[in-house]
Design a protein around this ligand. Structure first.
Ligand SMILES: NC(=O)c1ccc[n+]([C@@H]2O[C@H](COP(=O)([O-])OP(=O)(O)OC[C@H]3O[C@@H](n4cnc5c(N)ncnc54)[C@H](OP(=O)(O)O)[C@@H]3O)[C@@H](O)[C@H]2O)c1
Length: 220
């Protein structure tokens, strides 16, 4: 049995993806900042027969991220799949003319340094396993920068470039890299927008290993 590490695992998409991959026999490492919340999520999965454990890390703190992934590997076994999907902070979402260089430190650490730290930590294990999947999840501003969310637009642009470059560099090594763009609110009432429906898309990206970028819905 191998493990999916969900980086930024909460009650929405994180929990839905944990259930989807759990159904396929994956063990689940749930990574986020709040110990009580990841433990509660893990307990809910365990109650449904899925092996899951919570780990505490802040994606803006590289040491905590590396330690969480190391602990997950030694507790649960090799990490075959990583999903990078922490929910960006409101403070990253300011208009461009009000955004200073200092305001971009958070979004860049969150959306660029975090992914690079994670990938460099898990890639040796995926290579040893002979396969792996790296999934990045973003909103529409990754594709169409939007004034109201300048920090995330700029951070997501860096994350998008990194995902695309990884996709090309790792294709020959059986490590699939995908980026899912979600241009709607998760669980906004439309059944196609439920966390469960989005988790299904992410499962298909892992299982079918198609193009790098996948749109969860048409961009208007
Ligand atoms: N929600 C939407 O409507 C929507 C729309 C489009 C795209 N997305 C994408 O979907 C993903 C999120 O899905 P979701 O909204 O359903 O969230 P979720 O899986 O319910 O929760 C995400 C978790 O990220 C964790 N997180 C936030 N900042 C973090 C940090 N610095 N370090 C570690 N963990 C952190 C939070 O837990 P802690 O507070 O415990 O750290 C939070 O519970 C993101 O990739 C987002 O870009 C969401």
């Amino acid at each position: 049995m191998t493990t999916i590490a969900i980086i930024g695992a909460g009650r929405g998409l994180g929990a839905a993806v944990a259930r989807r991959f759990g159904r396929e026999g994956f063990t689940i490492a749930l990574v986020a900042r709040n110990r009580d919340r990841v433990d509660a999520l893990a307990a809910g999965l365990q109650a449904d027969g899925v092996t899951a454990r919570g780990y505490v890390a802040d994606v803006r703190d590289a040491d905590s991220l590396r330690a969480a992934l190391e602990d997950a590997t030694s507790d649960l076994g090799p990490i075959e799949v990583v999903q990078y999907s922490p929910l960006p902070a409101k403070e990253y979402m300011r208009p461009v003319l009000e955004t200073t260089a200092d305001d971009l430190v958070g979004p860049i650490e969150f959306s660029v340094y975090g992914p690079v730290t994670v990938v460099r930590q898990v890639l040796p294990g995926m290579r040893a396993l002979g396969r792996g999947t790296l999934l990045f999840v973003n909103g529409a501003s990754a594709v169409r920068p939007r004034d109201a969310v300048t920090g995330t637009s700029i951070g997501f642009a860096g994350e998008s470039a990194y995902a695309q470059l990884l996709h090309e560099a790792l294709a020959a090594e059986s490590v699939h890299v995908g980026q899912l763009i979600i241009p709607f609110g998760i669980d906004d009432g439309d059944p196609d927008h439920s966390g469960t429906a989005v988790a299904e898309r992410l499962w298909a990206m892992h299982a079918e290993r198609g193009a790098c970028r996948v749109l969860a819905a048409r961009l208007d």
